[in-house]
Design a protein around this ligand. Sequence first.
Ligand SMILES: C[S@@+](CC[C@H](N)C(=O)[O-])C[C@H]1O[C@@H](n2cnc3c(N)ncnc32)[C@H](O)[C@@H]1O
Length: 236
Amino acid sequence: MDPQQQAIAEEFDRYRESYDDAVNRAIAFSGQKVESFTRAKAHDLLRTIASHFGSQRELNLLDVGCGIGNYHPFLTPVVGSVSAVDVSSACIAKAKERNPVVSYSVYDGDRLPYPDEKFDVAFCVCVIHHVPPGRWQQFVNEMCRVTRAGGLIVVYEHNPAHPLTRKVVHDCAFDRDAVLLTMAQSRALLEGAGCADVTTRSILTLPPMAGLAERLDGLFARLPFGSQYRALGRVT
Ligand SMILES: C[S@@+](CC[C@H](N)C(=O)[O-])C[C@H]1O[C@@H](n2cnc3c(N)ncnc32)[C@H](O)[C@@H]1O
């Protein structure tokens, strides 16, 4: 493994048991917990893929940089299958304990351990800002390689223009080396990987409360005020 990537993997290995606590400490001022943000983004992902494919039931999803598998309890009851990969072997071990139906792998951060066009959807949540910037394009290229033509790439990232997001990143113990990327940079990465119909939209402009608040959040999608954003592209 590349030494920089190895250091990142080892850093996250240390959070195998305390990942949620570290995030919860950084977002404590908001009165929310990591689970609320996870649920809101998992629901956004499910709505996004349902509107593209018509249904989620038969779809094979890949979660790149899955950490301890926080998203998987929201996805596995609804989609065909979930595979997930991370550079942190300790996080993958924890994720396996929590989600026995998910197919997990550890990899070197370079080439994803799957054949071309295996998945319908590849997504990543708050991962690219931990990848060394010189490797960002390769990271997205790999997501595209393992996704079939007509499939989707979905990237969730922090909005660097949002002051409270910057505070969270500053206060979060494992974000010391994070390099946040703008919506325009994410868009360029997806386009650079050959995706078509690339779009970005703000998410989490409103606090992550279930039900109506999640739906109302969509009203602010075109404004750059969300604490995070979603970039979406279709593999060609
Ligand atoms: C902030 S955590 C997010 C975990 C998970 N996506 C979530 O939102 O709960 C970032 C994760 O990215 C992983 N990571 C860092 N570089 C990676 C790479 N090149 N490929 C895959 N995962 C990577 C880390 O090991 C860590 O688990």
